[in-house]
Design a protein around this ligand. Structure first.
Ligand code: KG4
Ligand code: ZN
Length: 349
């Protein structure tokens, strides 16, 4: 088996990530083994500002990259053992992306052949292929993890994007829907701010929603019945804002639960409708918002109802990380796709 050892660097937003993985199996049956996966989160730095401050992110990446790289061990030994260095080139915050690109160029010196640019969204897309923590049951009963098949629908939900892809294979897809305004994660973050919850808002809303009544307020489900697969979350966020303004003593847990229910209803309805229309065999979910257990549970249930198989990454690979960039680096390399080695904040999938 041809094994490729890949070092990856991720600095598109507020997590500095460095990982080493071993990849094999080729484009049809890629397999990944995590050798090292390091993340340094900047959440505490950005929290007082209620969101990510690009220049602070850049400063922190500059500080953290050499520290994480050193943790991998002797740089000479690491670089000798690596076949490919993968670095995120976009989408993301350009000052932040540049820190990763410059660092990757510095450590590879003149060895340009080994350096490859990676699309951050392809990283999220492939994150379900990264190894899963085995439960005791599956270890002892040796349960076969089911294999994905195509066509498939992929829902990528992060802080910056909400995208639906129709996939014919792991390397052939078409974007069939996206958000027309706020991304799903952005809506969670903004509603959290309205409810006076700290950044990042997604996990806080989820926590509060657990003790709230999801039917307390009927918020709009924007575009849920539209024929296309696009999303819109800005009106939903504004509806929460107006509700708070007009009901000063509203129960915040009820609002969090009602908002989460509305957002999940739309995400699930559109994904399932796309799966039906395209006769999908599998549904993949990824991105930071895929950490939301209510969304995962609801989508999984509806996926199974229509006879599809549901695939989601291990929880630690939903948020930005470098292991998923290494996996996407492997696929990008095998596809012979070349992204220019410069920051591209608006890079599309
Ligand atoms: O993928 P990600 O780490 O970064 C981007 O590429 O944007 O996603 C971050 C987003 C944030 O908006 C955060 O609030 C959201 O994912 N998020 C969640 C949850 N955990 C993180 N949203 C809803 N529920 C969660 N449990
Ligand atoms: Zn991301």
């Amino acid at each position: 088996m041809n094994i490729m050892r890949i070092l990856a660097i991720e600095t598109s937003c507020d997590e500095t990530g460095i990982a080493i993985i071993e990849s094999s199996g080729g484009l049809r049956n890629p397999k990944f083994k995590i050798i090292q996966g390091l993340i340094s989160s900047q959440i505490k730095i950005h929290r007082p500002f209620g969101g990510v401050v690009p220049n602070l992110a850049k400063r922190e990446h500059l500080k953290n990259l050499p520290i994480l790289f050193k943790k991998l061990g002797s740089s000479a030994r690491i670089l000798n053992s690596i076949d490919l260095i993968a670095v995120t080139v976009g989408p993301g915050l350009e000052p932040a992306l540049w820190t990763g690109i410059n660092f990757a160029q510095e450590i590879t010196k003149k060895d340009k052949k080994r350096l490859i640019g990676v699309n951050h969204m392809e990283g999220h897309l492939y994150s379900f292929l990264l190894p899963k923590k085995k439960t005791n049951i599956s270890k002892s009963q040796n349960i076969e993890i089911s294999k994905y098949s195509f066509p498939a629908i992929a829902l990528i939900v992060s802080g910056g994007h909400t995208i639906l892809l129709k996939m014919d294979s792991l390397i052939k897809w078409k974007r069939i829907g996206e958000t027309r305004d706020d991304a799903a994660g952005e809506a969670f973050d903004k509603v959290a701010r309205i409810l006076d919850l700290p950044y990042p808002g997604g996990p806080e809303i989820e926590k509060l929603a657990r003790v709230g009544n999801p039917s307390a307020v009927t918020f709009p489900r924007p575009m849920i019945h539209d024929k296309n697969y696009d999303f819109s979350f800005s009106g939903l966020k504004t509806a929460v804002l107006y509700y708070m303004r007009d009901h000063k003593d509203a129960n915040k847990a009820d609002l969090a639960a009602s908002f989460q229910q509305a957002a999940v209803d739309v995400l699930v309805a559109k994904t399932i409708r796309a799966a039906r229309e395209y006769n999908a065999q599998s549904i993949f979910i990824s991105g930071g918002v895929a950490s939301n257990k209510f969304l995962r549970k609801t989508l999984k249930k509806e996926t199974q109802k229509i006879g599809c198989t549901f695939f989601a990454p291990d929880f630690k690979y939903n948020q930005d990380n470098a292991a998923m960039i290494a996996a996407a680096g492997y696929m990008t390399h095998l596809r012979k796709k070349k992204y220019p080695l410069r920051a591209n904040g608006g890079l599309e999938i």
